[in-house]
Design a protein around this ligand. Sequence first.
Ligand SMILES: O=C(O)c1cc(=O)[nH]c(=O)n1[C@@H]1O[C@H](COP(=O)(O)O)[C@@H](O)[C@H]1O
Length: 244
Amino acid sequence: MVALTRAEAAAKVMVALDYPNAAAAEQLLEQINGIPCYIKVGMQLYYAAGPGFVEKLKSRGFHIFLDLKMHDIPNTVKGGASSIAALGVDMFNVHAAGGKAMMEAAMEGVSLAGSSDNRPTVIAVTQLTSTSQLVMNEEIGIPGTVEDTVIHYARLAKQAGLDGVVASPSEVVAIKAACGSSFQTVTPGIRPAGAALNDQTRIMTPGEALRQGTDFMVIGRPITSAPDPRQALESIIEELVSHE
Ligand SMILES: O=C(O)c1cc(=O)[nH]c(=O)n1[C@@H]1O[C@H](COP(=O)(O)O)[C@@H](O)[C@H]1O
């Protein structure tokens, strides 16, 4: 595997700013100031701080993944995607479970918002990384293996014209085999060795995830709940740089 520079490793990490307000998010951004990682804004922060906060982060040069996981009828998702694309974020997501027509509508919404040259990357959530095989089969009612479901959703997302999927790192190799190496994989469920699992079930360490060939790793609490978030992020980057 080709060794990563520190900047390349940092650019693979998407720090999840799961905070209740802009002030708390700003505090974390201050702590990790100067580290060239991606920033993920999810529903907790977006619903509290709004589009203005996202635009502010963009104007300060951050790469933003806006994680609102849209899942609705195609017309509504088209409108939502158009509004998100107009914000100028770099990436956003929808749920693959909404189906192909819904995902195609998301792409249509993006094209309504502007030129295809600088459009956001659009990805589809497959099976949430908090979902175990048992829960998927017995509670949600989807038969088969999690990997089969993830691959089914990934193929559907590709057919709809999306750029990639959100999945667990354990599914990356199969996704790339099914959809091609340029089909992007964004993987939450990342836990450095010894870190608390919290509500995640399909997990891997940063180094293992890198070895699977993931494009981006979404990491929240292992950084944001650490006593020293900057040091936690630095040590994840170090693990990626030194991983063989
Ligand atoms: O779309 C996501 O980002 C996402 C999909 C998924 O399947 N699992 C998942 O954990 N996420 C997000 O990734 C982040 C993971 O956070 P931590 O579990 O704290 O590292 C959270 O912000 C989740 O909302």
